[in-house]
Each structure stands twice: as C-alpha cells, then as structure tokens.
Design a protein around this ligand. Structure first.
Ligand code: PLP
Length: 409
C-alpha cells in the first residue's frame, strides 16, 4: 500500500475552533434567547475599500476583451505591483529593494508555511510561544518537529516563551538555531518589538549565521514611532532576514488573497559542502516551479491600495479597528483585568484572573455571553491568557465590553 508522510501523524489535532464552536452551540442550545457576541474573530469585518473595488472591476472587464485579456502572468507577480510595494511600503522608510527581491503570492499563510522547504530538514528551528500555529505545524509536516510531549511541545523545536514575566520579549535561544520565526506586531499577544529589541535578533542571526523569518502581517496597525515597520530598518537585516507581508489585514483582502515576501539578494545559506547559495534564487526556483502567480484582477486591486484614495480608505478602516482596540483596553482596565497589546495590533492579550484559559472562556461565555479565544490554542505558554480581537463592529465591541465590565473577578 502507498505510504503516508508519517510526520503528519505527529501533528497535534487542531481542536481549538471546533471546541469553541461546540461550546457556543451547546450554550446557545440551552439558552436560545442569549445574544452571544464573538470577540474571537481573527478575520476582518469591514468590506474592501471603494478604490480597490473599482480597480478590481476594471481589471475584470479587461479580461473580457481580446486586446486586454491576460493569461499566465509572471510567477513572481506583475512589476506594477512589485514597484508599488517598493515605492510605498519600503522607500519612505529608507529601505531600498530591487524588483527581484519582491515575490507576490496569494497569502502570507502559504508563504510562511512554504518557505521552510528551501532549507535543510536538519536545521534547528526556533519559534516564539504562543504563536500563529502555521510556523510550527509546517515544520512538523516537513519532519523538523519530532514527537509531541505531554506539555504540547514538539521535541525538536526550540520554543521561546513570551509571557508577561519577560514582557513578551522572546529570549535569545541558549543553543544555536538556524531558522527563527518572529511575528511582529504579534498574533496572538498583540505586542510588538522596538527597534533595539529587534536589533538584538538581527545581531544574533548575524553572529550565528541564522536566518530570521519575519512575519509582518499586522504592520499596518503600528501606531507608535518607536516600532519598526520592517525588519530591514535594522542594519544588517538584509543579510539575515526574509520578510512576509499581506494585504489581508492591511486592506481587507482575507477573502481576495494577496500577499508578498521579500527575499534580499544578500541573504545566503550553505550546502553540506560549505558552499554558499543565494536564498533568493532558491525561493525563485521554488515559486516558478510550484506557483503560477496571483490573478491579474487581484494584483490590480492590491495596487489600488497605494492610490491616495485607497490609502485614505485603508487608514479609515484601521482607525476604526484600533478605536475598537482602545475601547477594549479601556474597559479591561476598568474591569481590573491585566492586559497586553492592542496598541500597535488589533489583538488584546488578557491575563485570566487566576484560572485556566478554558475556565475563563467558559466564564465569559456563561456570564457575559461573550466568546474569546483561549490562549492555549496558540501554544503551551498561552495558558492563563485569552485573546480578544478588535475585528468587529463598534456596537458589538461596546456591548461585549460593557458585559465583561459588569462581571465579578
Ligand atoms: N500571519 C499571521 C501572523 C496571521 O495572523 C495571519 C492570519 O491570520 C496570516 C499570516 C495569514 O495571512 P494571509 O491571509 O495573507 O494568508
């Protein structure tokens, strides 16, 4: 019989969202009158900007005419979008990129999951904990995880605990690691790293010849000057880092699908003979073999986010979500709960008042009819926390927070 990739057997079952849904369903079944509000949503709730929609429509119409129809595009993305990214997202921050360093894709999820396959299976991987689960699980599938222990940790992965005790700053690994996943602003903790804090990681990677995989999916939510928007704002980062960005949370593209990855030309890794290779060339080879590009209308729509009107509309949406985040923080403070994040990210990470993540989840569901995401779903060090999302309507946010504020802790 055909053999399977047994690494998949190591994967922990993903119970999180099915368990949440089951609990909500059971509660609603027993309390049909209850008006349950979900504050656990990790998806945008506002529609696409008008500027994007109009460009999207125009590009679809181009596909209907013989003269303007487009078939396969470049696997790396159309130059008009790659240029717009360089000019708008990087140049104003003093980061120079060439066209060949920008790769358009249909999501930061696939890019952050796929990037590991251009590196050896023998590499040691370090991942912050709690974390967006894709980094861990894509490495487990590839055979870099090893078996799962009782605490929910894969044996061969180096976990970097991020908790209130260390101010959510991942500690530098004690033993050398090859690949380091950093996500800032962070999902799920909503915390961020300053330039100096991120510099420590760039220095570590330079000293140890490691590579940082930097996920900046929430970059657009950064409000504070001291927070870097790109890892390439740090000197030397071009030699040690790959950066992932997405239009998903920036411009409401979660259902449209468009993202990009920056692989600098200076970035190198070696083979077992000690010969160095350009990582950019490997990623280009991988993409041109396995990926056929993002659809033309989607890339035109993404480019429209950089127009004046597009930028204004995007800022309006981000401002709306961040006002939700402010309302959440203010109410948590009044409720006397300890919380983190929500200043440069749409997520607020709340310390449970002396109970487990699931116990606090149950309390909020039963006593406030509010659904949150238990921190344990993001890794062992998420225990004792829950995540509240600012992706919601103002009305739901205000109602949910009023209810939480009225509880006894
Ligand atoms: N990276 C992080 C940290 C995320 O939280 C998400 C989505 O929630 C993604 C990447 C996925 O982005 P995309 O929609 O571009 O696949």
């Amino acid at each position: 019989m055909t053999l399977i990739n047994e690494n998949y057997l190591h994967l922990e079952e993903s119970y999180l969202f099915s368990k949440i849904n089951q609990k909500v369903e059971d509660y609603q079944g027993k309390n049909p009158e209850a008006n349950i509000i979900s504050m656990g949503i990790g998806d945008v709730t506002r529609p696409l900007p008008h500027a994007v929609i109009e460009a999207f429509h125009r590009a679809v119409d181009e596909m209907a005419e013989k003269e303007t129809f487009k078939g396969y595009g470049p696997e790396q993305g159309y130059p008009f979008l790659r240029r717009a990214i360089i000019e708008n997202d990087y140049k104003p921050r003093g980061v120079k990129l060439s066209l060949g360093e920008v790769f358009i894709s249909d999501g930061a999820k696939c890019d952050t999951a796929n990037i590991q396959e251009i590196f050896s299976k023998d590499n040691k991987v370090a991942i912050t904990d709690p974390v967006y689960p894709v980094y861990v699980e894509s490495n487990v599938m590839a055979g870099r995880g090893g078996p799962l222990d009782k605490e929910g940790r894969y044996k061969n992965i180096t976990y970097l605990p991020c908790t209130a005790e260390n101010n959510f700053q991942p500690p530098l690994p004690e033993e050398r690691v090859d690949l380091i996943y950093l996500c800032y602003p962070n999902n799920p903790t909503g915390t961020s790293l300053t330039k100096d804090q991120l510099r420590e990681w760039v220095d570590y990677a330079m000293d140890n010849k490691s590579i940082i995989l930097f996920d900046g999916a929430y970059e657009a939510y950064i409000q504070e000057e001291r927070i870097p928007h790109s890892i390439y704002e740090i000197e030397g980062a071009r030699e040690v880092a790959i950066e992932f960005r997405s239009f998903s949370k920036t411009a409401g593209f979660t259902g449209v699908r468009c993202a990009y990855t920056i692989v600098p030309e200076e970035l190198e890794a070696e083979d077992t003979q000690g010969k160095t290779h350009q990582v950019n060339r490997l990623w280009n080879r991988r993409q041109t073999t396995k990926f056929n590009g993002v659809s033309y209308p989607v890339q035109v729509a993404a480019a429209a986010t950089y127009t004046k009107r597009g930028q204004r509309e995007i800022q309006e949406s981000i401002g709306y979500y961040m006002e939700n985040a402010r309302i959440i923080r203010e109410n948590l403070k009044e409720a006397g709960l300890e919380y983190y994040g929500g200043v440069n990210a749409p997520y607020i990470w709340v310390k449970t008042p002396g109970m487990s993540s699931w116990e606090f989840f149950d309390k909020l569901l039963e006593e406030a009819q509010v659904v949150v995401t238990p921190g344990t779903g993001f890794g062992p060090h998420g225990e004792g926390y829950i995540r509240i999302s600012a992706f919601n309507s103002r009305k739901n946010t205000e109602r949910a927070m009023e209810r939480i504020k009225g509880l006894e802790f």
